[in-house]
Design a protein around this ligand. Structure first.
Ligand code: PMP
Length: 382
């Protein structure tokens, strides 16, 4: 009789495969201060270390504690949370908001609560992993449509047998950096009695007048059949997520969204930090236009140097490399030369389209743009 098999042998094989195919990810240390030019972070507006934001976060931690001590349905809802929700809803022109402890959880919570077994979910092929995971976790039937294909969405809605439907899309797509056709998607969703869920993770603080987001820009904010998910961890420089929707939807989420009910409330420091960042953005609305301009400058610089990248609708500039090993090597070389960029390989992107991602920030200088363009051009010419 043979003995039991080694329960972790397959992990060793998987690690070897990752190593062989250029797919291995490693955690690299990030010192508190370095002189690396960081075009990998999502701190689009440069607010994560703004003294007004960090002071508000520190004050909140001192007053309310390092953690929020429990689910809001159990230990109560603090004024920090409800004030942040009021301010977020007001900023993006929605009726009500509910904060979650991450943007990832906001997507899980919203989609699983709004799409049950009687629902068809129509999801763009390039939606963020948290949307994909939310679709997997829910009991709805899911149809994945080609990227930005409004006709395909309409066909899926027209052919549905499910009594309800939800269309879900990123506003600005996280890897390619392009914008969804939101007004058209909303029109199609409305014509077919479907809810439209829009993930504004990369558009809050970046797109639209004063950074109020892509739905405001598309003229659909505040519609009763629109649900927006936000992250507090990108343009707002903090941590956490939110859903902005009608009061009816928010009340439903408070009662049914498991990612809200069974999760410890957003930490006080994160809530206060995000609220302070929102105040900065309200007072300095030009930051949104600045980050978009910086992204366009990076794109134009690369184009003039013969490196093709996607034309950015927001802050994300995506440079196709192809081979995952080459992309990882390029990112590591750039880091050694003082430039941090994102490196996206499968499963974050489909096979064959590994890429570098440069995210612009409102606080980069003209020199930074020139330096980044030169470094990326040089490393890709090798
Ligand atoms: N949606 C999109 C489109 C994202 O890019 C991200 C973060 N990478 C999230 C949701 C998740 O947000 P968070 O990091 O706050 O969990």
């Amino acid at each position: 009789m043979t003995g039991p098999t080694d329960p972790v042998a397959w992990l060793r094989e998987a690690a070897e495969t990752r190593e062989r195919t250029g797919m291995r990810r490693v955690l690299r240390p990030r010192p508190v201060d370095d002189d690396v030019l960081d075009l990998a972070s999502n701190d689009y507006l440069g607010l994560a270390r703004d003294p007004r934001v960090t002071a508000a976060a520190a004050d909140a931690a001192r007053r309310w504690g390092a953690g929020s001590t429990g689910s809001r349905l159990v230990t109560g809802s603090t004024e920090l949370h409800s004030r942040l929700e009021d301010r977020l809803a007001e900023f993006v022109g929605g009726e009500a908001a509910l904060v979650f402890s991450s943007g990832y959880l906001a997507n899980l919570g919203a989609l699983t609560a709004l799409a049950d077994a009687e629902t068809l979910v129509v999801s763009d092929a390039l939606n963020h992993a948290s949307v994909v995971d939310a679709c997997r976790l829910g009991r709805a039937t899911v149809v994945v449509t080609a990227h930005r294909d409004v006709r395909a969405v309409e066909d899926a809605l027209a052919r549905r047998t499910a009594s309800r439907a939800v269309v879900v899309t990123d506003a600005v797509f996280s890897v390619d950096g392009d914008l969804a056709p939101l007004a058209d998607l909303h029109a199609v969703a409305r014509a077919h009695g479907a809810l439209l869920v829009v993930d504004e993770a990369h558009s809050l603080g970046v797109i639209g007048e004063g950074g109020r987001g892509a739905c405001v820009d598309a003229g659909i904010a505040g519609e009763p059949d629109l649900v927006r998910t936000l992250t507090l961890s990108k343009a707002l420089g903090s941590q956490g997520g939110a859903v902005v929707a009608s009061s009816l939807v928010v009340e439903h989420l408070v009662n049914t969204a498991r990612a809200f009910i069974f999760d410890t409330a957003l930490a006080p420091a994160a809530a206060a930090g995000a609220a302070a960042a929102l105040e900065v953005l309200r007072a300095e609305p030009q930051r949104a236009a600045t980050v978009r301009r910086r992204a366009r400058e990076i794109f134009a610089g690369l184009r003039d140097a013969g490196v093709s990248s996607t034309a950015p609708d927001g802050a994300v500039v995506s440079v196709l490399v192809g081979d995952p090993g080459r992309a990882a090597h390029a990112a590591a070389t750039l880091l050694a030369d003082g430039l941090r960029v994102g490196c996206f390989r499968p499963p974050s992107v489909p096979d064959g389209v590994s890429r570098l991602r440069l995210t612009a920030r409102a606080d980069v200088t003209d020199d930074d743009v020139v330096r980044a363009v030169a470094a990326v051009t040089e490393v890709l010419s090798r």
